[in-house]
Design a protein around this ligand. Structure first.
Ligand SMILES: N[C@@H](CCC(=O)N[C@@H](CS)C(=O)NCC(=O)O)C(=O)O
Length: 241
């Protein structure tokens, strides 16, 4: 029995949803409410963050560890290369995306979206506990303040993350201009990581959250900086998601 504890909006959770779906692993998704997740995840897995995967009585926390676990236990359609050199390369690229893309995308997107509670609350509460929307509306003002403090989100950190992202995306685009995959001849965990963590910029249909009908102009402007540089991501979503 596999259970994924997650936020639908989270791109680190999307990385794991994608890995589970790619490997055709039956699983249940439990959507936890931001804020209320803290105690629940700490009790389940030691730290507060999602994704957490529970397999029978065993809990694994963090997207990379979860993919390690899935490939070790369910050895079909593995996302980790077998060959030592390729495995190291995949791990390097995955760490690059985990550290230099995931947090930066989140910071810029939240810097914008937290100003739009009517958009972000439905995404935070999607398919969660029935009381989620009422509770979230009440706690949102203090929660968004805490989120900004905890993740150090402000105009200057958003500008810095934006600049870092432009560089990282150029780096990926020049790689994918010459190679079909990040590593070797097969689709794998480094591709999933790069594509999932940048997906909020593109908002693919099969990401796992209901994207808003109306996108704030500021978010459109942010995304438009990457026009023409993320075709590889759209291709991965089309062919492998
Ligand atoms: N390195 C972790 C990052 C996970 C992460 O940052 N999760 C965020 C959501 S995107 C989270 O749970 N934040 C709330 C918290 O840390 O309590 C991974 O790869 O899973």
């Amino acid at each position: 029995m596999l259970t994924l504890y997650q936020f639908p909006i989270s791109h680190f959770c999307e990385k794991v949803r994608w890995a589970l779906d790619y490997k055709n692993l039956d699983h249940t998704r439990v959507n936890v409410l931001p804020g209320l997740h803290l105690a629940k995840m700490k009790k389940l897995a030691g730290n507060s963050h999602v994704p957490v995967l529970k397999h029978n009585d065993h809990a694994v926390q963090g997207s990379a560890k979860i993919i390690d676990y899935l490939d070790n236990v369910f050895t079909h359609k593995n996302l980790t290369p077998d060959e030592h050199e390729l495995k190291l390369k995949a791990s390097e690229w995955e760490k690059f995306a985990d550290n230099r893309i995931g947090p930066q995308v989140r910071l810029v997107v939240y810097h914008i979206m937290l100003d739009y509670p009517e958009i972000v609350i439905p995404m935070f509460t999607q398919d969660g506990p029935f009381y989620g929307p009422f509770l979230m509306k009440r706690i949102f003002p203090s929660m968004q303040k805490k989120m900004r403090e905890y993740m150090k989100i402000d105009a200057s950190t958003a500008a810095k993350s934006n600049a870092d992202l432009l560089e990282s995306v150029d780096n990926l685009a020049s790689h994918y201009a010459q190679h079909q995959f990040m590593v070797g001849d097969n689709f794998g965990r480094a591709d999933i990581t790069a594509a999932a963590l940048l997906a909020p910029i593109v908002m693919p249909d099969n990401y796992g959250v209901n994207w808003p009908n109306e996108i704030p102009q500021r978010l459109l402007e942010f995304s438009s900086q990457f026009d023409g540089k993320l075709d590889w991501l759209r291709g991965f979503y089309q062919h492998y998601r």
